[in-house]
Design a binder for this molecule. Structure first.
Ligand code: PRP
Ligand code: MN
Ligand code: MG
Length: 176
């Protein structure tokens, strides 16, 4: 498909929002509390790495891969764990970091699974939220930007694996 990618959220705006989110997140935990950042591969990687460096508190990393979209444009609703966390999360503060919440199927399944392992707390943080697409309610604690139902890429978000490395959030505009 012939297309161009326009800027939806500039690199500077993303950076400023990430810094503000980091402050909100720090303030939501008590003095001396530690957090385990849980990134869902692969989309969360760019946001997680910037957010982690903006956080002024102890933050470890762990990652999991769940299947939902793959290369398709549609959520399968049947979400499976492809790669589990490496860490034992019992008694730990988890902050699940996502690039985007669309239907909510991915996060709701992940939260359901992780809750069975008796963590101390689970909070959710997403850079982008598309509430108009929600099929399952998920309690999101920290949201970078609420966006309309647009075809976004960049800052970790792919279109058939492309555009994850854009430093801004772009919008795909079909041509012809
Ligand atoms: C995308 C995105 C979220 C999920 C959101 O991941 O990164 O993880 O879909 O969709 P949902 O709220 O409808 O479940 P994808 O499955 O494309 O994998 P990726 O992170 O490797 O791109
Ligand atoms: Mn993802
Ligand atoms: Mg994807």
């Amino acid at each position: 498909m012939k297309h161009r990618v326009d800027v939806l959220i500039s690199e500077a705006d993303v950076k400023a929002r990430v810094a503000a989110l980091a402050k909100e997140i720090e303030q939501s935990y008590g003095e001396g509390e530690e957090v385990l950042l849980v990134g869902l591969l692969r989309g969360s990687v760019v946001f997680l790495s910037d957010l982690a460096r903006a956080l002024n508190m102890s933050a470890e990393f762990d990652f999991m891969t769940v299947s939902s979209y793959g290369s398709s444009m549609h959520s399968s609703r049947d979400v499976k764990i492809i790669k589990d966390l490496d860490e034992d999360i019992q008694g730990r503060n988890l902050l699940i970091v996502e690039d985007i919440i669309d239907t909510g199927n991915t996060l709701s399944k992940v939260v359901q699974v992780l809750n069975t392992r008796d963590p101390k707390s689970i909070k959710l943080c997403t850079l982008l939220d598309k509430p108009s697409r929600r099929e399952v309610e998920v309690p999101v604690d920290f949201i970078g930007f609420t966006i309309p139902d647009e075809f976004v890429v960049g800052y970790g978000i792919d279109w058939a694996q492309k555009y994850r490395n854009l430093p801004h959030v772009g919008i795909v505009v079909p041509l012809e």
